[in-house]
Ligand binder design. Sequence first.
Ligand code: HPA
Length: 289
Amino acid sequence: MSTRDLHLNDSADSISSAVEFVSQALSRAGLAKPSVGVILGSGLGCAADRLINAGGISADYVDIPGMPQPRVTGHHGTLVCGRVKDQSVVMLKGRVHWYEGRVLDDILFGVRLLAGLGIRNLLVTNAAGGINPQFSPGDLMVISSHLRPLLYTVPATFPGHSRMANAFEIQESRGLWCNVLRTVALQTKTPLRIHEGTYAMMPGPCYETPAEIRMLQKIGADAVGMSTVPEAVEAVSLGMSVLGVSCITNCAAGLTDQTLSHSEVTATASAVSEPFSEWIWNVVCGMKP
Ligand code: HPA
């Protein structure tokens, strides 16, 4: 057995312990097997607070066996379970990023946990910089396609890369972003402006340079962020349908005179928290179990 196999087995063991832990919490709370999972990006954890206010339960990632801790401000590290209309939903408030220097197993732990719980519909959200000139901070973008211009030259060095390679074939042949869920999202009313577009995942941790944004503009990106794509690839390879949503928190680098900062990102996310949470709730209501 190679060190890679050993590593994968370790990871599978800790996922099963985490699945067991969350399943027991769901059953103690009288919640049915969950059908929807939601991953909440930078500053967007408010949707999980709404689930708690409606009688949901929560567990800190530190208490869930094997669950990696996010280390970025605005990423709380709390799992929340509750009921949205007649569906049981699990929300992950906070994620682990590639740019934190974490291994793929850590980045994908949350998605694997949601898949292990039997979840089939996944909504992945992120904060993103707007590149499309029609987009303003506070708008939403439903992801219809994605770019990964400076990524994935390295996965061969990551444990689990052969699984990811299979996932790329799935993605290439039938697309990653579920058309049915996209239609649900676009038809769900919100006072926020809602667009569809292409998400470019950049490696981070720094924001892009103005020249990188000009490059992304030329190759067709509408918004840019540092997450979501690996989670969506893994989710599709595990048989889930995926909806991706970006909250445009700022104009991308060089498009205004402003210097980008993480506090601008979290401030915009927090300014739209009410309508965003309401919209997420209604999108989940529109998903068929
Ligand atoms: N670039 C990359 N990631 C981001 C941005 C951005 O402008 N805004 C929020 N996350």
